[in-house]
Design a protein around this ligand. Structure first.
Ligand code: RB5
Length: 150
């Protein structure tokens, strides 16, 4: 699978470790930066990751910052992306099954590398559940239509 990964300065080390591990597992990894711990702004890298996934350059995206929250907000501003913030594998599994998430976000200051790997494994290996979830996921892409039904 082609997987894009991006972070801010708070998560460069976790990003590097995940990128290497994913490559060792046989995935094609697009590391979108940053490549040093110099301070950067997480929206810049969140938008870059979202554009990469929404345009089809990668099938899945992994976004990491200190908490996972800031970068997830940036990623989710792109309507072509559904990004769940996860800190354990059950959430990573359910955001695939229910939300057809094509990105996850994690907090490098909140979870360790082994937990991050467990989240990524669940994210990559769980299929979308389809069925009733299709209608709901479609509504995420069409907020104007959806507002008229509630
Ligand atoms: C950077 O200090 C920090 O604010 C960022 O990594 C993230 O936690 C924001 O949500």
């Amino acid at each position: 699978m082609r997987i894009a990964i991006a972070s801010d300065h708070a998560a460069v080390a976790m990003k590097a470790e995940l990128a290497q591990w994913l490559a060792e597992l046989g995935h094609d990894v697009d590391d979108l930066g940053p490549n040093s711990t110099d301070s950067v702004d997480y929206p810049d890298f969140g938008y870059k990751l979202a554009d990469h996934v929404a345009s089809g350059k990668a099938e899945r995206g992994i976004a990491i910052c200190g908490t996972g929250i800031g970068i997830s907000i940036a990623v989710n501003r792109n309507p072509g992306v559904r990004c769940g913030v996860v800190s354990e594998p059950l959430s990573a599994k359910l955001t695939r099954e229910h939300n057809d998430a094509n990105c996850i976000a994690m907090g490098a200051r909140l979870i360790g590398i082994e937990m991050a790997k467990a989240c990524v494994e669940a994210f990559l290996n769980t299929p979308f559940g389809g069925d009733r979830h299709v209608r709901r996921v479609d509504k995420l892409s069409n907020p104007q239509t959806s507002r008229q039904t509630a």
